[in-house]
Design a protein around this ligand. Structure first.
Ligand code: HEC
Ligand code: HEC
Length: 310
């Protein structure tokens, strides 16, 4: 009983569209001779059974025929091991291989010349030089940028190749040797090699602090003058053999110039103290065994012309 009271009276209900428009629809149906219906009905919507336009059907049939012919002519249907090869024998992989071969064949004489000429002869042959630098840039992007940076600007522990502050020398022959054989790696007997001692085992704490102040002074950085003065003698006794009496470095040993405020590891007091205490061991891979002779020479020419070449 209580339930019935809550139900709305029947006349409050909204009339369904079917009944509201019943008369109109009946009129319409009479006015228009309607096409036949398929008999499908969704929510009161009925489906006409109109034929597809002829142009549409023909386009549809032509695309089917085209697709079938295409799968006969070109590789298409997947089989267990590979797809059907197609009557034309086309393969995108063979296409690319052919392109690569033709570029290689075109460049081979240039690469042979670069591999057999003196490097500074290449520099004086404008066309060959342009080719070499472009090729060297590609080698650089693939094999060197992860350490030396995409613009060769370097990063902490990885020297910039843009400036004329060279650890191991900036002539074409120096750069060539560094790239071909690398630095402090175990797999190339011709790798450049040297080792700064870890002075934590040689000097005491206050001596390291003094000599670190002297390094700051050499670089023209803010420093404690009194400590630097006492650090000078320690420097001459312990460091000058490699870094030079005046701190200009020594390229035979890859000992960096300490006077120019360009740092491989960092020029803060904390970092310099760390370098002196524990030393460093920068490793650069050798490339002679991984790249062709022409590639090593091209990337040498590329690095040399970046700005610091001598
Ligand atoms: C895995 C990292 C790494 C890669 C890759 C690498 N280098 Fe180096 N490279 C170094 C390090 C570290 C040094 C510094 C070695 C040292 O402390 O003396 C260096 C030094 C050099 C130097 C000597 C710089 C100087 O001041 O004398 C040149 C030139 C150079 N790299 C060129 C290249 C080229 C060209 C490539 C690519 C073919 C390359 N490097 C790839 C790590 C790398
Ligand atoms: C046996 C030679 C040798 C001696 C002695 C030596 N060094 Fe070095 N020093 C090097 C080499 C080589 C490097 C580069 C290390 C590397 O890249 O792995 C270097 C790097 C450095 C650096 C890092 C520079 C930068 O750009 O980040 C500092 C600072 C430095 N030395 C200071 C000193 C001081 C101070 C002493 C003396 C207490 C000293 N060195 C003694 C060979 C030496």
């Amino acid at each position: 009983m209580a339930d019935d009271e809550n139900k709305p009276a029947p006349e409050d209900k909204v009339q369904p569209p079917e009944r509201q428009y019943a008369e109109n629809r009946a009129e319409l149906r009479q006015k228009q001779a309607e096409p036949p219906k398929t008999g499908h009905v969704w929510d009161g919507i009925e489906e006409y059974d109109n034929p597809m336009p002829r142009w549409w059907l023909w386009t549809f049939y032509i695309t089917i025929i085209w697709a079938l012919l295409y799968t006969i002519a070109y590789p298409a249907w997947p089989l267990v091991r590979q797809a059907t090869p197609g009557l034309l024998g086309y393969s995108s992989r063979a296409d690319v291989a052919q392109d690569i071969d033709s570029v290689r064949a075109r460049n081979a004489p240039l690469d042979t010349r670069i591999a057999s000429m003196e490097l500074d002869e290449v520099v004086h042959d404008p066309e060959l030089f342009r080719y070499a630098v472009a090729g060297g840039a590609a080698v650089y992007r693939t094999f060197c940028s992860q350490c030396h940076g995409s613009g060769a600007q370097g990063a902490v522990a990885f020297p910039s190749l843009l400036n004329d502050d060279w650890l191991w020398g900036g002539t074409l022959d120096d750069i060539y040797w560094t790239i071909a054989h690398g630095v402090r790696n175990e797999n190339d007997p011709d790798a450049r090699w040297s080792q700064m001692p870890a002075f934590g085992e040689i000097l005491d704490r206050s001596e390291i602090d003094s000599v670190a102040q002297y390094v700051l002074a050499l670089a023209g950085r803010q420093h404690d003058a009194a400590m630097a003065r006492s650090g000078e003698e320690l420097y001459l006794d312990n460091c000058a053999a490699c870094h030079g009496d005046d701190g200009l470095g020594d390229r035979f040993q890859g000992a960096p110039n300490l006077t120019n405020d360009i740092w491989q590891y960092g020029g803060s007091l904390a970092t310099i103290t760390e370098t002196i205490t524990y030393s460093r061991f920068g490793v650069m891979p050798s490339w002679a065994d991984r790249l062709t002779e022409a590639q090593v020479r091209k990337v040498t020419l590329y690095v040399h012309q970046l700005g610091g070449g001598e």
